[in-house]
Design a protein. Structure first.
Length: 202
């Protein structure tokens, strides 16, 4: 079960398309938040709103309208997920909600939302760390949130893979040397990295 929402209204997948004049389509500029839905509500909603507010303002935009669209999109998808899971036993009660907001050249903002079954962390990381690519500190703005900017996403993804590759390589080398203590220290360090990325995603 996958649900879609455009500008606060649930739509069919074929209609879940951002306008051609949106900054995301034209320049790759936008911001997204990923939330967990559990027991019919979005978890840590206010924390996600605060992070989105900081992200949008740090880029020089007023955050009033994007936050309104974020709220409307979250409410619509949470309600649709609650209704679907209560009437269909095969629909998981835990879901993953992702909402993206982007400014438009014609004025105003657009928001695109998607709700899907919750994926276990291992499965999410195997899919390319897509949900965590912007959880690393931005070189200028620090931990401002999850930007959908193409260039920043590519850079952050490379940094994430570099971090994981480094500790895995070091752990393997320690195992070859017979240094089990160092091996497990490296594994724990890597686990801490993944845990921190997951924590920022929720």
């Amino acid at each position: 079960m996958v649900l879609h929402c455009l500008d606060g209204s649930c739509v069919a997948e074929a209609s879940a398309v951002l306008p051609a004049d949106s900054a995301l389509v034209r320049f790759g500029e936008g911001w997204f938040e990923t939330l967990r839905i559990e027991r019919g509500r979005a978890m840590f909603l206010e924390a996600h709103r605060t992070r989105l507010h900081r992200s949008v303002q740090a880029a020089g935009y007023d955050s009033h309208q994007p936050l309104q669209l974020f709220d409307a999109t979250a409410a619509a998808l949470v309600a649709a997920h609650r209704e679907r899971s209560s009437s269909d036993e095969e629909t998981p009660t835990i879901g993953r909600l992702r909402i993206l907001v982007t400014p438009r050249d014609s004025g105003g903002w657009s928001a695109l939302g998607r709700c899907e079954p919750y994926a276990p962390p291992v499965q999410a990381y195997r899919s390319g760390l897509r949900a965590s690519i912007a959880s690393l500190p931005h070189p200028q703005w620090g931990r401002i949130g999850k930007s959908a900017s193409y260039h920043w996403s590519i850079m952050a993804r490379r940094e994430a893979f570099a971090v994981i590759r480094d500790w895995l390589t070091e752990a393997e080398s320690a195992l070859v040397r017979g240094d089990l203590k160092k091996h497990f220290e490296c594994l724990q360090e890597g686990l801490d990295v993944l845990t921190s990325l997951r924590g920022l995603e929720q």
